[in-house]
Design a protein. Structure first.
Length: 312
């Protein structure tokens, strides 16, 4: 049974049924997965962090064949290789963009002038205020428990989300630790009006990653991720605990980006020691794969059940 919609400023602004956004995972967030997310009523996102813009152009065309629902594109600024990335996005007819991993001042005004809706991913109050100054329409506020590239001075979602919400008036999407209706209800209680899912969707049935990675998530405890490269150089990140990432944690590396040379072997070959498998702490709550549509429907239904059971 399909879940009843949850209406917030996020759903109104983006034209979606469920206030849930899909994480823009490099090489993973492409048409098969992202269209499933949009068709399920959420906001599917196509990645550009892979830098493969010719491939991304084809993926966007595939998205338009696979769904008539809204979808967006992410610009991870630290990985942009083409200085014309904004023109590229506009030329594809994209209406919603999330920007991340960089200064929101760089692209926001150009995207807004072209009529796009822009949300920026922030890991701190200072970052949120900078994004507001840049003119963004909304914020994705990402706690340090989430997988992927992080602020080395990480703050947990329980602290970060209400802190930001107390200081901004734009709608906030909570990211980091979100996997179900219980965590969505908690995020809304903290002031968010939408949530973003990464690891939960990474391990979904439609996700293209190798089964070895999914199985490692299903077997993981909440302590089976590591926070790497806190002192730099380069970005910090949260990843699945493996022999390789344990070594990096204990010994450090000169160039964290060099550890991603084996990304394809990790993501699609299933060799979790060939590189770094970016994974959030919420892996400890995920026990099996489900279709994306089931994940989103169950999330909304559980959200309503949790809210109804709260003490009055």
């Amino acid at each position: 049974m399909a879940a009843a919609p949850v209406k917030t400023r996020i759903t109104d602004m983006l034209g979606i049924e469920k206030p849930i956004i899909q994480a823009a995972m490099g090489w993973i967030a492409r048409a098969p997965l992202s269209s499933a997310f949009s068709n399920a009523g959420g906001m599917g996102i196509i990645e550009t962090s892979s830098g493969e813009l010719d491939v991304i152009r084809d993926e966007i065309l595939k998205m338009k064949d696979l769904t008539d629902k809204p979808f967006g594109v992410n610009v991870a600024q630290a990985f942009v290789r083409d200085p014309n990335i904004v023109d590229f996005i506009i030329d594809q007819g994209i209406k919603f963009v999330t920007t991340s991993a960089g200064d929101p001042m760089k692209y926001t005004s150009m995207l807004k002038e072209a009529g796009l809706t822009v949300f920026h991913v922030v890991p701190s109050l200072q970052g949120a205020l900078r994004a507001i100054e840049a003119g963004v329409d909304g914020l994705i506020v990402e706690g340090g428990e989430g997988g992927g590239f992080k602020n080395p001075k990480d703050v947990a979602s329980m602290v970060l989300i209400p802190l930001v919400c107390e200081h901004v008036s734009v709608p906030v999407v909570a990211a980091g630790g979100i996997t179900d209706g219980r965590s969505m209800a908690a995020a809304f209680a903290l002031g968010a009006e939408g949530v973003l899912m990464g690891t939960r969707i990474l391990s979904s049935e439609e996700s293209p990653v190798h089964q070895n990675w999914k199985d490692a998530i299903f077997a993981a405890d909440a302590t089976d991720t590591v926070f790497l490269n806190r002192s730099g150089p380069g970005p910090a990140l949260r990843a699945l605990r493996t022999e390789r990432t344990e070594r990096i944690l204990n010994e450090g590396v000169e160039n964290i980006f060099g550890e991603f040379a084996g990304t394809q072997k990790v993501y699609f070959g299933g060799d979790l020691e060939a590189g770094i498998a970016l994974t959030g702490q919420v892996a400890g709550r995920i026990t099996g794969a489900k279709p994306v549509a089931q994940i989103l429907d169950e999330t909304i239904m559980e959200y309503y059940n949790v809210v109804a059971r709260l003490p009055k």
